[in-house]
Design a protein around this ligand. Structure first.
Ligand code: ZN
Length: 294
């Protein structure tokens, strides 16, 4: 089963629900960054958060979720764009921490609990939108619920999970968000809250073959209206053309220094691909910049 997201409504449209499985993407990102178990768990949760947040675009888009907090992982970024293509990184992917006393990964401690969760939405034909909310616990799920409440004013229950196996690698990753829309009845809210609190171990259940649809069926009232699925997968956006654009946007002094070095290399922080830039390409970028005389 590849990664995907499913959307649904229930209770006559007064509930919106989204669930995603992101195991393959989270494992790919862990391998690319040689990420420790706790870093991989944080990245996996952020990848799922981006997937859930990006469920309502109509046209070409890019959505970025960024967590900047005071934990040792430093800044974490996950980006999803048209076609469900995802990439993610953290500043210090090798940071590892001992398990908590309850034997769980110390994701909150690794991320930090003072900082900001920021979401940037860009869509063709619309003005870019940026929203943010303070970090609550660094566990990402609670932080995303807080973001929905503060920045989008939507009461939301969020559960995100990443299961790390004995080899220290991602075995399952995914999550669920349930949102109460205007007009929802109190009895429905109570019922869902109750069911949601019993929804434990999402990642363990995904690893046992349960699907995002199974998770939603367990939480939602029976009248579920399925709105379809979208595939999700890892893909970076870097290319040699983009690295040339980066070179072209450098200050002239920096460009001259690279010419003196007789070459340069642009390394993508998302996938670690190195793009060599030749002296010829540097000189071309420099001459493109020269202001024509006369
Ligand atoms: Zn890249």
């Amino acid at each position: 089963m590849g990664d995907y997201r499913v959307k649904a409504t229930a209770a006559g449209g007064s509930i919106r629900a989204i669930a995603a499985v992101t195991t393959a993407t989270a494992l790919r990102v862990q391998n690319l960054h040689h990420a420790s178990p706790v870093a991989a768990a944080a990245l996996g949760r952020l990848i799922t958060a981006a997937s859930l947040l990006a469920s309502d675009f109509k046209d070409a888009f890019r959505l970025t979720v960024e967590v900047q907090a005071d934990g040792p992982l430093g800044r974490l970024v996950s980006e999803i764009r048209t076609g469900g293509l995802i990439r993610a990184r953290t500043e210090n992917s090798l940071v590892d921490l001992p398990l908590r006393s309850d034997n769980k990964l110390a994701v909150g401690q690794a991320v930090g609990n003072r900082g900001t969760l920021r979401v940037t939405r860009e869509e063709r034909g619309r003005n870019p939108y940026e929203g943010q909310a303070p970090i609550v616990s660094g566990e990402i799920g609670e932080d995303l619920a807080n973001y929905y409440r503060i920045s989008e004013q939507i009461p939301s229950a969020v559960a995100l999970g990443v299961l790390i196996g004995h080899e220290g690698l991602v075995v399952a990753s995914g999550g669920v968000v349930i949102q109460a829309l205007p007009g929802i009845q109190t009895v429905t809210t109570d019922e869902i809250t109750d069911k949601f609190q019993k929804l434990h171990n999402i990642s363990w259940r995904l690893s046992n073959g349960e699907t995002p649809e199974d998770l939603l069926r367990e939480v939602l009232p029976t009248s579920i209206h399925w709105l379809g699925t979208d595939s999700l997968e890892y893909q970076c956006q870097c290319s040699s053309e983009r690295s040339l654009e980066i070179i072209g946007s450098l200050p002239t002094g920096d460009l001259d220094a690279l010419i003196q070095d007789k070459g340069a290399e642009v390394v993508c922080h998302f996938c670690n691909t190195a793009y060599p830039i030749s002296l010829f390409q540097l000189e071309k970028a420099r001459s493109d910049r020269a202001i024509p005389e006369g």
